[in-house]
Design a protein around this ligand. Structure first.
Ligand SMILES: [Zn+2]
Length: 490
């Protein structure tokens, strides 16, 4: 009798496992949906009973799969939702009852104290930027970076035309008053937990997107070896546990973050390869989006180069002893350089095309809108001993674009007849070198104030020779990039 029972049991177990692909299930097994409190109206109940049963949830017959599993989507009402699972088969009649409480809003974590803020808060306007200090020089104080509009900042002090603003507990900065408006009284200093992230390829660039509750101030720097963009978000506390990184990224190798201070979250974006071809940060809604441009093919063929002739119109720039105006020489050189670059297959975008006034904002707008791959600004220098040559020099603002200024300078100082090397100048606060969106270099060709330099730069043949060398310097830069790419197998 015992043996017969065992045999029959074994037979049924084998039968169900082999022929109906089912587990032995006793009673009603509720796998999910038996939740105490939920915050979404759409609610799923999933369970399993012995195959071949009839399953009813709240009176509705639901499909049972061959495995014995069943499931239903319920629309909950606010408050208590009774759920009843009834199972009938030829052996038994089972009943399981529970209830789910649906709360409309998930309680937000308390992120700042409830005391009202009595200090002054300002909101940034388009074109705003942050300075390290209140110092001034000919071209303005040292800039950290541009900052998106609509960012609130707590004001600590006022220094001439600058607000001293608080970034985090341990850091402050300066914001020009012309780029800020007072926020309504009672506005609190910005603070946010960070939400989800994504890193995706948008076609021309890779975009790193970080969700925040509100727009927070940020500072951006670039580090070399390894090449990476470092963005500090001030007033941010990390609450991110989800970073979606797509596999078709072209300029971003990976992203990472750390909470460097209790209220500063640091984002690190590792660039693919060594070279950065441009990046920027801005807000889209309350999400901070860091845009990292894809590298173009390192050849002038098909590349778009921006050229800027300094000064123009009522702004003459330097005037030479015999009366030549810098603005005219600059424009003449820009047209020569345009021809040289076009001859090599590049597309050229000019800021001013004739002798007209043009401010820096307008020049930058033209280049950003054209989506240039690189910018060269042409100027002439002045000052110093008029009887000796001042020489030539090139300038960059951001370390990641240093090599472009360097390769141009190296070509210029090797010109026939020799040109004095006035130097490669870094961290130079020239407005057109400040955008991070593209590599840029400023060429201060020769000194208008120096008699020997004046003689050279006013000679059209010399200007032609000099601009040919600038074009070759750009080519040298691209060759370096190409070599690196080859080494890195890119
Ligand atoms: Zn100038």
């Amino acid at each position: 009798m015992k043996a017969k029972f065992l045999f029959l049991t074994l037979f049924f177990v084998t039968f169900f496992c082999v022929f109906s692909n089912a587990q032995i299930i006793s009673g009603i097994k509720v796998v999910s949906g038996k939740t105490d409190t939920v915050y979404r109206a759409t609610h799923y109940v999933v369970g399993a009973v012995s195959p071949g049963s009839e399953v009813l949830i709240n009176g509705t017959v639901v499909k049972q799969y061959k495995t014995g599993s069943f499931g239903i989507e319920l629309k909950l009402v606010e408050g208590v939702n009774p759920i009843e699972i009834r199972v009938k088969n030829n052996k038994e009649d089972l009943l399981e009852k529970f209830s789910v409480y649906y709360k409309l809003q998930q309680p937000k974590p308390v992120i700042s104290d409830t005391n009202s803020y009595h200090g002054m808060v300002v909101t940034t306007l388009p074109g705003a930027y942050l300075n390290y200090g209140a110092g001034e020089d000919r071209l303005g104080g040292a800039k950290i970076n541009f900052i998106s509009e609509g960012v609130n900042l707590a004001v600590i002090d006022s220094v001439n035309n600058l607000y001293k603003v608080r970034l985090s507990d341990s850091r402050y900065s300066y914001l020009p008053k012309e780029y800020a408006v007072k926020a309504p009284a009672g506005t609190k200093p910005p603070f946010s937990l960070t939400g989800s992230w994504s890193v995706s390829n948008s076609g021309k660039s890779d975009k790193v997107r970080i969700s925040l509750d509100q727009r927070l101030p940020y500072t951006m720097t670039f580090e070399l070896e390894p090449s990476r963009i470092v963005v500090d978000i001030h007033g941010a506390q990390c609450n991110s546990n989800w970073i979606t990184q797509y596999l078709d990224l072209k300029s971003v190798e990976y992203v990472d973050f750390s909470q460097t201070e209790s209220d500063v979250m640091r984002i690190v974006i590792k660039i693919k390869g060594n070279r950065c071809w441009g990046y920027s940060a801005s807000y889209s809604g309350n999400a901070l989006v860091i845009d990292v441009k894809h590298a173009p093919d390192p050849t002038l063929k098909g590349m778009t180069i921006g050229l800027d002739a300094g000064h123009g119109g009522s702004a003459s720039g330097a005037v030479s002893p015999s009366g030549y105006k810098e603005k005219d020489l600059n424009l003449s050189m820009v047209y020569i350089l345009k021809e040289e670059l076009e001859k090599r297959g590049a597309k050229v975008v000019l800021s001013r095309k004739d002798d007209s006034d043009m401010n820096m904002t307008e020049r930058k707008r033209i280049f950003k809108e054209a989506g240039i791959d690189m910018l060269i600004s042409i100027h002439c220098n002045a000052s110093g001993n008029p009887l000796v040559s001042g020489g030539t020099s090139t300038y960059y603002r951001h370390i990641e674009y240093r090599d472009l200024a360097k390769t141009i300078l190296e070509r210029l100082v090797k010109m026939d007849g020799g040109i004095k090397n006035f130097g490669l100048v870094g961290n130079f606060n020239f407005s057109l070198n400040s955008p991070t969106e593209y590599p840029s270099a400023l060429v201060e060709t020769l000194f208008m104030s120096s008699l020997p330099d004046e003689e050279k730069i006013t000679d059209p043949q010399f200007r032609k020779a000099m601009m040919t060398e600038v074009a070759k310097g750009v080519e040298d830069y691209l060759k370096i990039v190409k070599k690196e790419n080859k080494r890195l197998n890119r």
